[in-house]
Write a protein that binds this ligand. Structure first.
Ligand code: FO1
Length: 311
């Protein structure tokens, strides 16, 4: 079976671990979000691609859900001693090596998709990981605060401000002109099913879908999603702040309606949301907390079962 997954960071990566257990024989292609990518200290940092790669490759800091385990922060401390910012983004020493290799390869002319493949040769995530695009794509957030109305990088809003200032708009800068990375559309065309994990529907999956061609390709397939919202609240992260910014209510029903029946065929909601209905989309209620690997594999299996029914 060929499965394509559109994945953000922590939620996507953990879901993928369950999917690998649920479908060990499947050929899984992961299309990763680039909207969180940021240039720091002259280096290209791709948090969501790295979170998937480290999680599936056994190198993730399990408590945080991002960054490397057994990490040290000597470089960060040394940079701070020079007053070289930003200090609010925690890059560890081991993680720095990934960004150095990535940046060296990008500077040598390799596209991000080839660089990601090279990094994965070390981590062996057991899936094919492709960025949504090789073109520059970054999510920016429009805010108004004491410094006036301005656009800031998504990571500044998310990590530095903890989304405490309301987002007036969230924009995937560069998306309109971006082309899907090589292999993205081909993988979707060849897929038996496209899965949407419980990733952020705005800044993760929404940004992948904003790359021209990806949404249309996925829409022609059987698509099953897992709600990131349980009982009216995000399971983790600050998806509610992102949904509010685009005028979507924080509910399992509203997120499915936002994706729309043109894209989604099936939608898994948690048992507390049993009874939710969305026009044109088949909804099933299952326990959706990814408490451990077996629980996560059961969620992935439920998505595949629903897809098989709807195909
Ligand atoms: N998230 C934080 O909350 N604080 C950090 O300092 C931080 C550093 C960081 C470094 C590398 C990396 O790959 C991810 C990192 N993240 C950090 C997570 C990341 O900012 C976001 O959670 C994701 O981009 C959202 O998917």
């Amino acid at each position: 079976m060929r499965i394509v997954v559109l994945a953000g960071g922590i939620g996507g990566a953990r879901y993928l671990r369950g999917l690998k257990q649920a479908a060990p024989e499947a050929e899984i292609t992961v299309i990763g979000n680039n909207g969180d990518d940021i240039g720091l200290f002259g280096l290209r940092v791709c948090p969501d691609l790295d979170t998937v790669m480290y999680t599936l490759g056994g190198g993730i800091n399990e408590d945080q859900g991002w960054g490397r385990r057994d990490e040290t922060f000597t470089i960060k401390e040394e940079l701070a001693a020079y007053g070289a910012g930003p200090s609010w983004f925690g890059l560890g020493d081991r993680d720095f090596a990934t960004h150095i290799v990535r940046t060296q390869m990008l500077d040598a002319g390799y596209p991000l998709s080839a660089v990601t493949e090279a990094l994965c040769a070390r981590w062996k995530p057991g899936v094919r990981l492709i960025p949504s695009t090789d073109d520059r794509l970054e999510t920016h957030v429009i805010i108004s605060d004491a410094d006036g109305r301005r656009a800031i990088h998504f990571q500044e809003w998310w990590v530095k401000m903890h989304a405490s200032v309301p987002a007036e708009a969230i924009t995937p800068v560069g998306a309109d002109d971006a082309k899907p990375a090589p292999g993205v559309l081909e993988a979707i065309e060849a897929a038996d099913v496209v899965l949407l994990p419980p990733s952020n529907p705005v800044v993760s999956i929404g940004t992948i879908l904003a790359v021209p061609g990806i949404r249309a390709a996925a829409a022609s397939k059987t698509v099953v999603g897992v709600s990131p919202i349980i009982g009216g609240a995000p399971v983790r992260g600050m998806a509610d702040a992102c949904l509010t910014a685009i005028g979507v209510e924080t509910s399992a029903q509203a997120v499915a309606a936002h994706y729309g029946p043109g894209l989604l065929d099936g939608w898994l909601v948690d048992t507390v949301d049993e009874g939710v209905q969305v026009e044109g989309i088949t909804v099933r209620a299952r326990p959706l907390y990814m408490t451990d690997l077996d629980a996560t594999a059961a969620i992935a299996r439920a998505a595949l079962d629903l897809a098989a029914e709807l195909a």
